[in-house]
Design a protein around this ligand. Structure first.
Ligand code: S3P
Length: 443
């Protein structure tokens, strides 16, 4: 989100049964990667279903600044004429990635092994987030980094002229760290290896293979080991972006908690590294059917049919956290409407997302009548089958916090407000009309 955007207060009101089809936007993770790999490939990549949220538009702008030709043909339909691995040119201005941690971290990786210099910045939320987790492994390739105190943005990277390949074990479960290292490894000779104790989303590996790179993944006693052979020629591809399971989570949650609801969410990615929320909801007793399971563009997808459900609290194991890391805010809302405690374990990473999501959800839910406990790496919501509502929540420039509280207000006794819904534009520009189309009273 651009730092200058005016705050936009929004309110949601108790609603009657939600009905209809919710065609959520394209997957944010895959959209970033399609633009970046398109820019690093030789030839013209065609993308359909691209998310046109602010985060992705910032990545498109960045790819142009590094020399790729990025063209919008129509709704979600884009082309990228790439410059080839190692072909990035030096940008004239500062690269502003807005609100997007994925954008800035992946792009830093993509340029770190090319002998050019680039400076990165972002909005107030992004400038608070840790970047040393990315720049530390990138320095191992031979690039030079200057950052603000604590490794924060703005960061300047002088790319390595003679990069060496790297073997790196990620210190926290993070697809962004893994992806930054793999993208840097593209322009290093030999094999770059990333080892992760817990598997994280694997879109980078899948797409690199789709663009013609040699990528091998094996599960060993150390964890998941990904090996990339450097300096491939990436060949332009057609990429069909599936719909985002993290965005789908909001209408899905609304249908589960608003009595009488039944909605259909078509073409949602069911990639197992992104599926943790849906596994958890089924354990809670959610009525969700996965219809027409199929493969589209190298990703498994299905049409979801979701009905209002009587839910019970569950304990979510820490090993599942990475596969649903963006879904804990909305799970904490759903948990209020379940009977009994829902315990979310191993979620320390939530404290360094677009906001401290444990703090943001715990304080907003408490203000609206819920009982919530939190520790540095866990959150417990004591569900009572409903929520009082009636208070406003602070969103801290965080799209998922805004959407979570707006969904909560559809099923609570009294309306729920958010101080700023503008960040929703980063990932789900049509959130309001889509929810209103199902019958939700919010705006
Ligand atoms: C993402 C990885 C996750 C996630 C983010 C998207 C990605 O971050 O929270 O929204 O596309 O790689 P971490 O890798 O920091 O967990």
């Amino acid at each position: 989100m651009s730092a200058s955007a005016e705050p936009r207060p929004m309110t949601s009101h108790p609603s009657t049964a939600l009905k209809g089809e919710a065609a959520v936007p394209g997957d944010k993770s895959i959209s970033h990667r399609a633009l970046i790999l398109g820019a690093l490939a030789v030839g013209q990549t065609r993308i359909t279903g691209l998310l046109e949220g602010e985060d992705i538009l910032d990545t498109a702008k960045a790819m142009r600044a590094f020399g790729a030709t990025v063209t919008r043909l129509g709704d979600g339909e884009w082309t990228v004429d790439g410059v080839g691995v190692g072909g990035f040119g030096e940008p004239e201005g500062v690269i502003d990635c807005g609100n997007s941690g994925t954008g800035v971290r992946l792009i830093m990786g993509a340029m770190a092994t090319t002998p050019i210099t680039a400076t990165f910045t972002g909005d107030a939320s992004l400038c608070r987030r840790p970047m040393a987790r990315i720049t530390d492994p990138l320095e191992l390739f031979g690039c030079q980094v200057a950052a603000r105190e604590g490794g924060r943005l703005p960061v300047t990277i002088k790319g390595a002229a003679d990069p060496v390949p790297v073997r790196y074990r990620t210190p926290v479960a993070s697809a962004q760290i893994k992806s930054a290292v793999l993208l840097a490894g593209l322009n290093a000779p030999g094999q770059t290896v990333v080892i992760e104790a817990e598997p994280t989303r694997d879109h980078t590996e899948r797409m690199l293979a789709g663009f013609g790179a040699q990528v091998a993944t094996e599960t060993t006693a150390e964890g998941r080991v990904v090996t990339l052979t450097g300096q491939p020629e990436l060949r332009a591809q057609s990429v069909a972006v599936p719909r985002d399971p993290s965005s789908a989570a909001f209408p899905v949650a609304a249908a589960l908690i608003v009595p009488g609801s039944e909605i259909r969410v078509p073409g949602v990615s069911r990639n197992p590294t992104r599926d943790g929320l849906y596994v958890t909801l089924l354990e809670m007793g959610a009525d969700i059917a996965f219809e027409n399971q199929r493969d589209e563009g190298g990703e498994p997808v299905a049409d979801l049919v979701v009905r209002h459900s009587t839910l019970k609290g569950v304990s979510v194991p820490a090993e599942r956290a990475a596969s649903m890391i963006d879904e804990f805010p909305i799970l904490s809302v759903i948990a209020c409407f379940a009977e009994g405690p829902t315990v979310m374990n191993g979620v320390a990473e939530l404290r360094v997302k677009e906001s401290d999501r444990i703090e943001a959800m715990a304080s907003g839910l408490r203000a609206n009548g819920a009982t919530v406990e939190d520790t540095p790496d866990s959150m417990t919501v004591h569900g009572t089958g409903g929520l009082r509502g009636g208070a406003s929540a602070a969103t801290h420039l965080d799209h998922r916090i805004a959407m979570s509280f707006l969904v909560a207000g559809l099923a609570s006794e009294q309306p729920i407000g958010v101080d700023d819904g503008a960040p929703i534009m980063t990932s789900f520009p049509d959130f309001l009309p889509l929810m209103q189309g199902l019958g939700a009273k919010l705006g």
